[in-house]
Design a protein around this ligand. Structure first.
Ligand SMILES: [Zn+2]
Length: 356
């Protein structure tokens, strides 16, 4: 869960910074915790929103390709911060149920359920589809201080946000129709408008606090969760597992985007960050719950894991000591560990150094 939480913390901090930077013109600043700012979005590496979308900034080439497909009016508004005339936009009076997508990159920006009639002449919403999809930055053009809104994936200008909206947010996201396309509920969404297709991998390599911390730092990993796997009791507690009676290993479920990081890469990270040669032991932690194991989600993962173990063995890795890591194809259910075990290093400090 760590990555999402960090994103929220950053969003909150940046929102406060934006509010302060806006000075006395509080009406133009957004509320803390709402959205991402441009500075946050310039970080390297893949990024994912809480709703599971890949919101990594488009490359210059991808951007140019998409901009070339826009109409002159769409380009004027989204690429040069233009504004369409009031009461003229095609989506102003649209009352159908559905989702509003970025006209440039297809990212869902707003939902019909958050649309309201503001009487201003522009499509208005009181909340974005996902706070991480719509960024904000100060706009001091035309002698005013306003808060511009933009698509966090492609940087398209969308409009502005004002603090005179209805409950529950009190915000009014004021949009240009030309910056969006609408897809009615029940109609298929194009691939770029769907959440990332993710897969899960399961690794046991000693105390899960450290394993979770390592995988949470790998680009292309959306989430890493501590839990228990490979035992024969349902819903085990930490105490049950520590007794050694249930057969579970402390295991981390890694949710990853295979377009950004391959399963093989994750297995390599696993072997670089624990000792796979000590049976039922990692350093000072001794017991079967600390055993080294890969719980394969399917035959392909099992084959890949075994192949890498053969390669490491053939290369004389780990000083030639035998690798005792089990590759398990039917590890049974993954049981999430108690909340106090999640994000342990992130919350208590002492984050692990990742060998990547
Ligand atoms: Zn976009």
């Amino acid at each position: 869960m760590r990555r999402f939480r960090i994103a929220l913390i950053l969003a909150t901090a940046a929102a406060l910074a934006t509010a302060l930077a806006a000075g006395p013109v509080q009406g133009a600043s957004r509320k803390a915790g709402d959205t991402m700012t441009a500075d946050e979005l310039d970080r390297d590496g893949p990024r994912y929103s809480a709703s599971g979308y890949d919101i990594t900034r488009l490359s210059a080439a991808e951007q140019a390709e998409r901009v070339a497909k826009l109409t002159p009016e769409q380009a004027r508004i989204t690429q040069r911060a233009g504004t369409e005339a009031a009461f003229c936009g095609t989506l102003l009076d649209n009352k159908k149920e559905g989702v509003y997508l970025c006209v440039v990159c297809g990212l869902p920006l707003f939902n019909s359920e958050n649309k309201f009639d503001s009487g201003t002449g522009w499509p208005s919403f009181y909340a974005p589809y996902d706070p991480e999809h719509v960024g904000t930055r100060a706009d001091r053009s035309h002698g005013m201080v306003r808060t511009e809104i933009f698509c966090t994936r492609c940087n398209a200008h969308l409009g502005h946000v004002f603090e005179d909206g209805p409950a529950p947010s009190g915000l009014r996201y004021c949009l240009n129709s030309e910056a969006m396309t609408f897809v009615e509920k029940g109609q298929p969404l194009p691939p770029e408008s769907r959440p990332a297709e993710v897969e899960n991998a399961y690794f046991a390599g000693g105390c899960f606090w450290g394993v979770e911390d390592v995988f949470a730092q790998i680009p292309g990993v959306l989430d890493a969760v501590s839990g228990y796997m490979g035992g024969h009791v349902d819903e085990p507690s930490y105490r049950d597992v520590c007794s050694g009676e249930t057969g579970h290993a402390e295991t981390v479920r890694v949710t990853f985007d295979p377009r950004r990081v391959g399963y093989r890469r994750l297995v390599e990270v696993f072997f670089k960050n624990h000792d796979p040669t000590t049976l039922n032991r990692q350093g000072p932690d001794v017991g079967t719950q600390y055993r080294s194991a890969i719980f394969a989600a399917d035959e392909g993962q099992a084959a890949a894991a075994r192949r890498i173990i053969r390669e490491l063995t053939g290369a004389g890795a780990f000083g030639g000591r035998p690798i005792v890591t089990e590759v398990v194809e039917d590890g049974g259910a993954f049981w999430e560990a108690e909340a106090y075990h999640q994000d342990y290093h992130a919350q208590h400090g002492g984050s692990c150094r990742v060998n990547y």
